[in-house]
Design a protein around this ligand. Structure first.
Ligand code: AMP
Length: 493
């Protein structure tokens, strides 16, 4: 099926084509025609499936007849309200609204907490048709009467499960009281808990249920591996994995904000550029960290579950769970950042004995065993055999051992007040294989996802001489995307 067959307008099709999308994703194929009919929708889809466009495109189409260039704010009442759980997601959805609506005269803005309310008040006062908001800050505006919602025709609750997890239910209920009864409701959630069903029953009117992936299923393109390790040695192992595999862009999850900060600091002390994002960081810091990560200026982004929700990074190859999440469903959300759009992904979990129950919970949810791979030098004493798939990575032993020594050195440097080194100047162990292919400077360039040739270069990734390949593609003067570096597992095969 093509976008043209979905009933979208020429202006929207033009914007889609500008994005380079050639065909709708399954959720778009299913949701767009139903939303265009004016029906309520309960959508089961994770990030990475194209779900944002699946509601943004028909929403814009349905509001298109309100397009006008009048200067009067009264001519631009809020017609659509999109509620999202986090500031990051709010910004991403807002970007999508602007991107897909660029040829329409509909106005939009985004409001979220943690930043000054004044600029938001001015933006809303000028008149906007589409408002993307986090519930808490929207309520602030409603209480202060800096905005009203009597003309809302479409309500979207995106990542509804996460909004409930974050305790937004009372806020959502209050907001709904202030909306006109007659409206179209679209609710998206990656999971369908009892609470979500209750909320859906309350809000949605004869909804059409659209599910694109099996509930709580994960992409088959993702390779999962668990490394058992004592909790106090996790940092050491993480540093070892990053260095040994020369990982250039990894999203690492911790359970707590303090843990995220501590880990990011420790990585920096070990010469690995990194930053942490979590709820205690202000908006500017979060945006900056995410931007630096996307641009390849930092290798490791350490995040808590809430902060990472909705992060959209194209072609992220590795997600590492420094700690398993308490809630198994968060595992699905975490690793949903990788294995997107047909690319392969690797989900690595560092699991201590204390976390074995959490691992079992995740396996139950996924209905699959996670492959367990012990790393020599990091074996867990009295570790009970965890699964029949248990393997030991001999090749890793020597490499990690050499890294461990290096890390201890790096730590002792840090203790003695040495400046933290960035990855380009990493202290390397004497016997490290500096000249091996993987450390070629061309390989270590961060990828620049906006370059349209990225795909061409990536498919040629096994060409032995990267310099030649680079030239061959006429990219001598362009940055080369990071090479897809195979993980421990595939090396063992
Ligand atoms: P989402 O699930 O909304 O977070 O979208 C994930 C990614 O898919 C975003 O980077 C979108 O730009 C991209 N995307 C959305 N729709 C399509 C499409 N039809 N074809 C290719 N990429 C898409």
């Amino acid at each position: 099926m093509s976008f043209e067959q979905l009933g979208l307008s020429t202006d929207l099709l033009r914007a889609i084509s500008d994005q380079g999308y050639t065909k709708p994703t399954p959720i778009q194929e299913q949701a767009i025609p139903i939303i265009l009919e004016g029906r309520d929708v309960m959508g089961g889809a994770q990030t990475g499936t194209g779900k944002t466009a699946s509601f943004t495109l028909p929403l814009l189409r349905r509001l298109e007849h309100h397009s006008n260039s009048s200067m009067s704010p009264a001519k631009h009442p809020i017609r659509a309200l999109i509620l999202v759980p986090t500031r990051e997601l709010a910004l991403q959805v807002y970007e999508s609204v602007k991107t897909y609506g660029k040829y329409l005269s509909l106005r939009s803005t985004v409001i979220y907490g943690g930043v000054s309310i004044d600029a938001q008040i001015n933006a809303v006062r000028a008149g906007i048709e589409i408002l993307v908001a986090t519930p808490g800050r929207l309520l602030d505006h409603l209480h202060q009467k800096t905005l009203v919602l009597p003309k809302v025709e479409i309500l979207v609750l995106d990542e509804a499960d996460r909004m409930l997890d974050m305790g937004f239910l009372p806020d959502i209920k209050q907001i709904i009281q202030l909306l006109p009864e007659q409206r179209q409701n679209l609710m998206f959630s990656a999971t369908f808990s009892e609470d979500i069903k209750k909320l859906a029953n309350k809000i949605l009117n004869k909804p059409v249920l659209i599910e694109v992936a099996k509930q709580n299923s994960v992409s088959e393109l993702i390779t999962h591996v668990v490394h058992p390790v004592e909790s106090i040695r996790k940092q050491e192992l993480l540093i070892c994995l990053i260095k040994q595999q020369n990982l250039q862009q990894v999203l690492v999850f911790t359970r707590t904000k303090q843990g995220a900060d501590r880990l990011a600091q420790q990585l920096i002390r070990n010469g690995i550029s990194s930053a942490a994002i979590h709820g205690d960081r202000n908006q500017l810091q979060r945006t900056q960290a995410l931007d630096d990560f996307k641009r390849g200026l930092i290798r490791i982004l350490v995040a808590t579950d809430v902060a990472a929700r909705g992060i959209d990074i194209e072609e992220l190859s590795h997600v590492i769970n420094f700690e398993l999440p308490n809630n198994s469903e968060d595992y699905v959300h975490r690793i949903g950042r990788t294995g997107r759009a047909g690319a392969k992904g690797f989900a690595i979990s560092l699991v201590s004995k204390e976390e074995n129950q959490l691992r079992i919970g995740i396996e139950k949810l996924l209905k699959t065993r996670l492959k367990v791979e012990e790393i020599h030098g990091f074996e867990v004493m009295n570790q009970q055999s965890q699964t029949s798939d248990k393997e030991t990575t001999g090749e890793m032993r020597q490499k990690c051992n050499s890294m461990v020594i290096q890390n201890r050195k790096a730590n002792s440097f840090a203790k003695h007040g040495e400046t933290a080194t960035r990855f380009k100047n990493e202290v390397r162990p004497k016997n490290s294989r500096r000249t091996e292919k993987i450390l070629d400077p061309l390989f270590t360039q961060p990828y620049v996802s906006r370059i349209s040739d990225v795909e061409t270069v990536l498919v040629k990734k096994d060409e032995l001489n990267v310099g030649m390949a680079h030239k061959k593609h006429g990219l001598s003067n362009r940055p080369l995307p990071a090479l897809f570096i195979s993980p421990v597992v595939s090396k063992q095969k």
